[in-house]
Design a protein around this ligand. Structure first.
Ligand code: SF4
Length: 711
């Protein structure tokens, strides 16, 4: 019998943006993982990844002590003390800043960090180093949603909550394999449909995914054509009398320009042809949307990861503004974030173009507000480099030191071989991670062991603005430390004041206080505020139950925003955005006739450093594959089950050919998870093109021209 050795601890799953609650009971040999019935995001549900967390807790492959790479020929990595490692990082950062200025150093962080780690990392860079060169892997995931929210609402605000999916009469899932990527939310939608068969589901996705099994209607649009589709919907809604004229007049601005742009998509036949869908199905969707009051349109990476991602987001929001379907139960646009703390990172300004507390780096009054709150000696004065540009600047030698935390860019960034070249020539690469041997760690000059899930302590915010605690239930292994501690220790060595925290609770308190700092003064108003969480002592922080921001009063949770029709632009009105459709940057043809789409599998997470430890999870898809239409396999000379080489202008990889039956002719799908640690380097990032959205900087992961050949 397995014996519990301590009481169950309530915590939050470290994987997707649903943010399910977990009860973890420490056992003699690991932990028993169960769903937490009291957590508002999941009500006891867990998906297969969450329930397998207990199998991933062993110390195999863990980085347990700091290490420094010698300058000898073999680039030997030797174990060091924390003091030596921290001294090295601090002194090298300080000397590079002194010689080349603050923009010569950078941090590249992660939606895996807890809010407290993220907060301290941003304060360190933007307030003390004096550079905004801190970006995050969330740039690859939801930065288009952030930019779209800011344009439409005046602030990065998600209007609704998960309950809206259950209250809706129509759920539209755009560019989202919700069944695999946000599984317990999909379970809630499934249950709602079982209870109320009148609830209709529309899936808009180039692939026929597991999500489509539940859908009443699947629109298999051509990759990259979403703006045509939603401009067409906007035009249809206006023509069919579905507009809420009173709402539009009282609470919005900019409709005329948006409608003028959408007018180019007034023809159903034209939009259907452009999007590659049956015009009857397209009209069915438009009619369904127009006739239904309670509509939730949820979108994810299929929308965000595009060179027109921000416009795609706004073209969706436009349709909700026109019909007034926002801020009320069962309706609204909804961004499904990929990572456990993508939203928490946004709260603390975890992107190179943002500031903490939902303030903006490009507004002098906002910079001054944060500077005065931090009493910061060197405030960043301009936005920093976004992820793809950051690694270009490293390769060009403009950025000479980078500290990478909790992410594996040699696998996950587009044009990933460029990232290798960049790190190979970087003067100082510091990597904080839980795993010793990652593709990125291979380039580290200094390796710092971080606490992992179950060991670290802090908060995360999920897709519905729910702040919940991740709590430690395991002892810190080896010499691992929290990331915020490592940053504070480097900051203090560099002579920076303001990095003496008594614990994660003290960081959270500072974060909460910043959200209220001068909030309400002209030009400094923002909806994100945590008044009700200011002043929490350690015990209150430890006991914090999940709740949704804004938190104006103690224990107050806010499920929905904009119920009063007031948005965050200074005039209180939401903005329609005129979205001009444009094709993905690189068209297929010639040498590269197929379009590569990348995404997640049901049972894996990111670059598999954690889920790869579970044999149960590996059983779902044991090796990298490329999903091809049989016709394209035939013309490429490859057969189902055989190995194939996949080549783009940027790089190549090898994977096994598979036919799922869900892929259209001319398209291909490869999962993102496999890394370069396998016999044949299977990093799909090496193949993906590095084009980005000009507004958000989010890369075009869903559209890379490739060719496929026998291996
Ligand atoms: Fe974790 Fe997401 Fe699964 Fe919930 S749905 S258990 S948050 S991976």
């Amino acid at each position: 019998p397995v014996i519990p050795i301590a009481a169950a601890v309530r915590t939050t799953c470290p994987y997707c943006g649903v943010g399910c609650g977990i009860k973890a009971t420490p056992m003699e040999n690991g932990a028993l993982i169960e769903g937490d019935p009291e957590h508002m995001a999941s009500r006891g549900r867990l998906c297969v990844k969450g329930s397998a967390l207990g199998e991933t807790l062993g110390l195999d492959g863990r980085l347990l002590a700091p290490a420094i790479r010698e300058h000898d020929k073999l680039r030997t990595l030797r174990t060091s003390s924390w003091d030596e490692a921290l001294d090295t990082v601090a002194s090298r950062f300080a000397s590079i800043i002194a010689e080349h200025g603050p923009d010569a150093v950078a941090l590249y962080v992660s939606g895996q960090l807890l809010t407290e780690d993220y907060y301290v990392a941003n304060k360190f860079m933007k307030g003390y180093v004096g550079s905004a060169n801190i970006d995050t892997n969330s740039r690859l995931c939801m930065s288009s949603a952030v930019a779209g929210h800011k344009r439409a609402f005046g602030e990065d605000l998600v209007p609704g909550c998960y309950e809206d999916f259950e209250l809706a009469e129509l759920v539209v899932l755009v560019g989202s394999n919700t069944a695999w990527c946000h599984p317990t939310l999909f379970q809630r939608i499934t249950k709602a449909k079982e209870a109320r068969p009148g609830l209709r589901i529309v899936a808009i996705d180039p692939r026929r995914t597991a999500t489509c099994e539940l859908a009443d209607l699947h629109l298999p649009v051509k990759a990259g054509t979403d703006v045509w589709l939603f401009n067409g919907l906007l035009s249809y809604l206006a023509r069919s009398g579905a507009a809420d004229d009173a709402f539009v007049a009282a609470h919005t601005a900019g409709l005329d320009a948006a409608l003028a742009e959408a007018d180019g998509c007034a023809s159903i036949e034209f939009v259907a042809r452009t999007c590659g869908v049956d015009p009857r199905l397209l009209l069915e969707f438009y009619e369904m949307f127009a006739a239904t009051g309670r509509v939730v349109t949820a979108f994810s990476q299929g929308v965000n990861q595009s060179s027109s991602g921000t416009d795609k987001v706004n073209s969706i929001i436009n349709c909700h503004l026109l019909t007034g379907r926002i801020g009320k139960p069962g309706m609204g646009p909804f961004s499904l974030t990929g990572q456990p703390n993508a939203m928490g990172g946004r709260e603390v300004g975890g992107l190179a173009n943002m500031l903490a507390g939902h303030l903006d780096l490009d507004k002098p009054a906002h910079r001054e507000a944060v500077r005065s709150f931090w009493d910061a000696p060197r405030m960043a004065s301009k936005p920093g480099l976004k992820a793809v540009d950051l690694f270009r600047a490293i390769e060009e030698g403009k950025v000479k030191a980078v500290w990478i935390m909790a992410t594996n860019p040699v696998v996950s960034l587009p044009d990933a071989d460029q990232v290798k070249r960049a790190l190979a020539r970087c003067e100082l690469v510091v990597v904080s991670d839980v795993t010793a041997n990652t593709d990125t760690a291979a380039f580290a000059h200094v390796l710092l062991p971080a606490l992992g899930w179950g060991e670290k302590d802090g908060t995360v915010t999920n897709s519905e603005r729910c702040i919940s605690r991740q709590r430690a239930f395991l002892p810190a292994p080896g010499e691992a430390r929290a990331d915020w501690q490592a940053i504070c220790q480097v900051a203090r060595r560099m002579g920076y004041q303001g990095f003496d925290y008594a614990g994660a609770h003290a960081i959270f308190d500072e974060h909460a206080r910043l959200s209220t700092w001068r909030n309400g003064e002209p030009g400094l108003e923002r909806a994100f505020r945590l008044d009700g969480l200011v002043g929490m002592e350690r015990a209150a922080y430890d006991a914090l139950a999940p709740l949704q921001w804004p938190v104006r009063h103690e224990r107050e949770s806010t499920p929905r925003l904009f119920a009063d029709g007031r948005f965050a632009h200074p005039d209180g009105k939401a903005r329609f955005i005129a979205t001009a459709p444009r094709a993905p940057v690189h068209a297929p043809g010639g040498e590269f006739p197929l379009v590569l789409n990348t995404g997640r599998l049901r049972d894996q997470w990111h670059t598999m450093t954690r889920t790869g430890k579970s044999p149960r999870l590996a059983g779902h898809a044991p090796e990298p594959f490329i999903d091809l239409h049989p016709h394209d396999a035939l013309t490429s000379g490859v057969r189902d089950g055989e190995l194939a080489r996949i080549t783009s202008r940027w790089g190549a990889m090898v994977a096994r050919v598979a036919h799922s039956g869900g892929i259209a002719r001319g398209a291909a799908f490869v999962p993102i998870h496999w890394n370069g640690q396998t016999a044949s380097d299977a990093r799909v990032g090496a193949v993906v093109n590095p084009e980005v959205d000009p507004v958000s900087g989010e890369p075009e992961f869903k559209h890379t021209p490739i060719r496929v050949e026998p291996f």
